[in-house]
Design a protein around this ligand. Sequence first.
Ligand code: C2E
Ligand code: MG
Ligand code: MG
Ligand code: MG
Length: 279
Amino acid sequence: SIKQQGGNGFQFYNKALEEQIMEEQTIENHLHHAIERKEFRLVYQPIVNGERGTVEAYEALLRWNHPAHVNLGVQQMIQIAEQNGQILEIGSWVLEEACRQNQKWRKSLQKPDLVICVNVSALQFEQRTFTQTIRETLRKTGLPGHCLELEITERIAMTGMEEKLEKMKELKEMGVRMAIDDFGTGYSSLSYFTRYPIDTLKIDKSFINKMGEDQGAETIVNTIINMAHSMEMKAVAEGVETREQMDYLLSKKCDFLQGYYLSKPMEAKVVDGTSQIND
Ligand code: C2E
Ligand code: MG
Ligand code: MG
Ligand code: MG
């Protein structure tokens, strides 16, 4: 009967939830040793100047090698690490590794202005010591501030404005660049962005993905590009997968392109060997 089915459904739901909680607990335990066991690495995706076709930045993306979690998406992993605070330690590791790598590439690829883009989670950014951590990391690795871009989300930018404004100004004084990631998916009030010293808007890949089939998406993309330019910011399109998408974005004067059509994220070693094909 329907009633019985409902009962089974509920039981099933409970079991699924229980398993999920156990799974998350296991992930948390494994994450606890991930840094010391050197299970993390970064891969790097090129960000290409639309007009010149040159690679001007790489986005650092976290990967976790653990035999029990080969199919775990990084986003899911980050979410768990955010819930229990482990993201702070992981985030520091990412930041230092990314800066150190970019400092090497600036020399080996002979690109003194090469920028490394690093995703920063809300918990990290909201730490009182965040700007100090950035300052320390730049000092330790020798990377100039203007070669680091921090990607934050709209959610971070939204709350506690005055305090965040202070932080961003301090980061700006170090030359560090600021980007809003996944732009267009959040609920930010536009008035924030005129006050924050943001350099880059990264258009969320869901809009790029829908271009061509959804006119609304094209309008949004176009609007974000124009908005970025009117605020003297750069627009980056994420998730560019086709020639058509690229052509459209270039016709709309999108400053930078990132996506599988141009390149998938690469191992550092592979980037090492790209100095000839970069320009
Ligand atoms: P994100 O910051 O928006 O990064 C872009 C994501 O889009 C990456 O997924 C990248 O591999 C993927 N991508 C790039 N081009 C294409 C494309 O053409 N098509 C499609 N379908 N996808 C594309 P990834 O590496 O799985 O990372 C997912 C998210 O996890 C990131 O989204 C970011 O929010 C988060 N993340 C990754 N690394 C870190 C990190 O070190 N720290 C923090 N806090 N978050 C991170
Ligand atoms: Mg990002
Ligand atoms: Mg991100
Ligand atoms: Mg994004």
